[in-house]
Write a protein that binds this ligand. Structure first.
Ligand SMILES: [Zn+2]
Length: 195
């Protein structure tokens, strides 16, 4: 049950991963650059994608690591498009995006490019396959329907939780969790009041 207003959206504060420790996972859609991710994300994804192929499902990576400066640019663009209260439901502010960790992937279906990065992804064979199998490769859906954070449903956005470091980042525990969610709530409040 969520008692907060729907426009109050909480994105978790994260530490930006060191780009030097990242490796290429896929070529960008425009063919102009490489998407990067942590080695363990890549290893788990490659195994998952290879197994999906055996079931005639072709996964593809649409987005992986994003730096805070790129996140800033995209967040500003989203504000122009959706307005201040609308943008935060679609995109996290800089330093609050799972994409900064190198563990989050936006996954598409090679057979259905019209569903890339949008709610239509739910109709794809890739999504059905991921829903059944991603857990076995330590991937989980970050923003399911009606998530408590208030982020829009994102069937294409999956995060890797296969190492203690990744799990602690996405599911913080103990005293550290208070700090992380405290900072995150303050940021949510800032965007909620600042219209
Ligand atoms: Zn994403």
């Amino acid at each position: 049950m969520r008692y907060l207003p729907s426009s109050f959206v909480v994105h978790r504060w994260v530490v930006e991963a060191n780009k030097l420790h990242m490796q290429p996972i896929a070529v960008s859609t425009d063919g102009m650059s490489m998407h990067l991710a942590r080695p363990e994300t890549i290893q788990a994804y490659n195994k998952m994608a290879a197994d999906a192929t055996k079931d005639n499902v072709r996964l593809k990576v649409i987005w992986a690591f994003r730096s805070s400066s790129l996140q800033q640019q995209q967040f500003l663009a989203a504000q122009q498009k959706y307005g201040r209260r609308g943008a935060i439901k679609w995109l996290a502010p800089p330093n609050f995006s799972e994409h900064q960790t190198g563990w989050a992937l936006d996954i598409g279906d090679e057979a259905d490019p019209a569903a890339d990065d949008n709610p239509l992804f739910e109709r794809t064979a890739a999504f059905r396959w991921l829903s059944r199998n991603a857990r076995r490769y330590a991937f989980e859906l970050s923003f399911p329907k009606s998530n408590w954070q208030g982020v829009n449903y994102e069937p294409w956005h999956w995060r890797y939780v296969g190492t203690p470091e990744a799990r602690d980042t996405f599911h913080p525990k103990g005293i550290g969790a208070w700090g992380i969610w405290g900072v995150s709530l303050l940021e949510a409040l800032k965007h909620w009041v600042n219209i």
